[in-house]
Design a protein around this ligand. Structure first.
Ligand code: SAH
Length: 239
């Protein structure tokens, strides 16, 4: 790590109390060294956005997992969170967030697919205000609790089918989806400001990650590579 910026990132003090990590020492594999290893891996894999790397570095990913999975929290892999859903892979969160925040932090961001709330926490550290929607009530309840515990206050949640976005707070500077529909939902494009960015997977069995930028006449579309996300499903699950 010869880059001084990267060095300062690795040695910087976390924004969340250190005790969040210390309390869970019994879980193992969540030491500072393990967490730094993840950041080094992401840098080696090409992630450059300092704000994104910093947010990943200070976010206690183990809190978003059940205890049985927590020891794997700082591996660069997707992990199960129940209801056949997964907590996104750190590299994918980093890639999508970096694309979204290319021009700096955004004021108003919509996230489709709260899941565990891990990505929500990363986004909330960079965007001014995050609106996050999820279709499975129990996942949403759990995510809300973790964010409350971390004292992240700039996030509003809604149980809804994200195909429809969240019109109440539109229009957004950025939209990010962690679920893959067959084609881009029109509501998401519609709820984007001109110049706003939308990043999401598209496709069913074979998926590609796309970055859309809204223009005065429609949008531009850039392919960001192959990915594997859970499908964007219809309706909500209340249980
Ligand atoms: N970024 C999340 C990833 C969760 S997986 C994390 O880090 O934990 C994707 C999530 O999208 C799942 O929780 C799934 O329930 C949700 N999802 C799927 N279809 C949806 C829809 N139509 N509207 C809202 N959320 C949806």
């Amino acid at each position: 790590m010869n880059n001084p910026k990267i060095h300062s990132l690795i040695t910087a003090k976390p924004v969340f109390p250190n005790s969040i990590f210390e309390q869970s020492q019994g879980v193992g594999m969540i030491s500072q060294r393990t967490r730094n290893r993840l950041i080094k891996q992401l840098i080696e894999l090409g992630v450059e956005n300092f704000a994104v790397l910093n947010a990943i570095k200070v976010t206690p990913r183990h809190l978003f997992l059940d205890e049985a999975m927590a020891s794997r929290a700082y591996e660069n892999t997707a992990l199960p969170i129940g209801f056949q859903q997964t907590l996104s892979q750190p590299l994918v969160v980093a890639k999508m967030s970096s694309w979204l925040f290319q021009g700096g932090g955004l004021d108003k961001l919509l996230e489709v697919g709260t899941g565990s709330g891990y990505q929500t926490s990363i986004l909330a550290q960079i965007a001014k205000q995050v609106y996050s929607v999820e279709r499975i009530q129990p996942l949403l309840n759990k995510a809300k609790k973790v964010l409350e515990y971390l004292q992240i206050k700039n996030v509003e949640f809604l149980l809804t089918d994200g195909h429809w976005g969240w019109s109440q707070y539109a229009k957004y500077d950025g939209i990010i989806s962690a679920a893959s529909p067959a084609k881009v939902p029109e509501a998401l494009i519609e709820q984007l400001k001109e110049g706003g960015r939308l990043v999401m997977p598209i496709g069913e069995k074979e998926q590609l990650l796309y970055g859309f930028i809204k223009t005065s006449t429609g949008y531009t579309k850039e392919c960001l590579g192959e990915v594997l996300f859970v499908p964007m499903k219809e309706g909500v699950v209340e249980q």
